[in-house]
Design a protein around this ligand. Sequence first.
Ligand SMILES: Cc1ncc(COP(=O)(O)O)c(C=O)c1O
Ligand SMILES: Nc1ccccc1C(=O)C[C@H](N)C(=O)O
Length: 462
Amino acid sequence: MGYYFFIQNFNFFICRQSAKSLLSIYLFLLLLRNKIQTMTFENTLEFAQKLDAQDQLNKYQNEFIFPKVNGKKVIYFTGNSLGLQPKRTKAYIDEVMNDWANLAVEGHFYSEKPWWDYHERFANPLSKIVGALPSEVTVMNTLTVNLHLLMVSFYRPTKTRYKIICEEKAFPSDQYMFQSQVHFHGYKPEDAIVEIKRREGEHNIRLEDVLAKIDEVGDELALVLIGGVNYYTGQVFDMKTITAAGHKAGAKVGWDLAHAAGNIKLELHDWNVDFAAWCSYKYMNSGPGNASGCFIHEKHHNNSELPRFAGWWGHNKERRFKMEPKFDPIHGADGWQISNLPVLSLAPYLASVEMFDEIGMDVLIAKRDKITSYLEFILQEIDKEVDSSFEIITPSNSAERASQLSVLLHGEGRSLFDYLMKNGVITDWREPNVIRLAPVPLYCSFEDMYHFGQILKAGIQG
Ligand SMILES: Cc1ncc(COP(=O)(O)O)c(C=O)c1O
Ligand SMILES: Nc1ccccc1C(=O)C[C@H](N)C(=O)O
């Protein structure tokens, strides 16, 4: 009996153990399969469709209006220049148009979304997008204008500390801005503007070179102002580390976030960034030339020493219409407002931030990384199949890139670009021979990436 009991239990024990191990092996294999599935891509339509089926943002494609070429909706890669029009935007504009028609001047205070404080609706959703306190963000003007205005406050050169560090090949508007600011303060651009160069034969700027340059300029450094994501290469800078290094050298640090807002995870408050500005017409889909967003760190809000170019919309909200002569700035980024709001331009931006708020940056970023990697894979596959070769100059490391791959076309010229455009792939060409591809996660699909690869191959093979 004892023996039997032992055998029985031993069997039971063995069975339980085997069942357990089998289960563990099965779970392990399942995990491995999922892992392999997400890591090993295939250049087939079925595979791309499978990725689309798993994509929780897939339904958002239907929220956007796509231009058509040859009767088919385009594959849109230029959301880093101008985002597509969301269908919901029109209702936001119509609302303002209707209020204007029905209420005229009364609309400033009595419309459903009164115009006089329309911008305050951005504080919450926009602060989440850029990692700020609601009081640290505002929307106004346009990007270069805002950067100029912020430089009025934060570029305060002295005889000994007057230099600006920026990146080599900054977006031209930023270069003109630096030159004109430096002139305005009576310095010479060739002396006061210090560019961080790429190393010979390299396409991207190394963090260690940024830090070394900050160190080298040291006591002469007044301001570091760099594009958080480089417009040409798509390189993402380590803003936290660079901001800390700029501060250590005694300088102010600002960021041009044109290619970063709505594209990458930003923690502007925690990174202790002094100021930043971005446009809303790229990843944030607010329409051509539309309003810009600004960030001004809380630590500067009560500093009455900071100069600024003022206007009545930055004045104490409760007393604005008392028409007093002395400027009393709002404590917060809104204190940098100047004119009454361009409500018709803010309306599409509001539609956009509300869409971002509904989705959240984390979900967007997860898809961004997957679709960018899939596009990279497709490019590599096509490169193997054709004669000419192309080189992706965007960093391959996911921490240093976001929603853009810039491709240097060796041996292919503008005719390839023209072929892509004629065949429904909207991309852009940057001299001397780079095409930029932004597979924006909100409205690009994995299937788009597959079809793009096929069109690219046909274009190269002629
Ligand atoms: C990095 C960067 N800075 C500045 C600008 C200029 O913006 P805006 O014309 O809205 O002032 C752009 C794009 O146009 C840009 O990509
Ligand atoms: N706003 C524009 C109007 C006309 C032509 C281009 C633009 C761009 O935005 C270019 C973009 N900043 C870029 O990174 O190329």
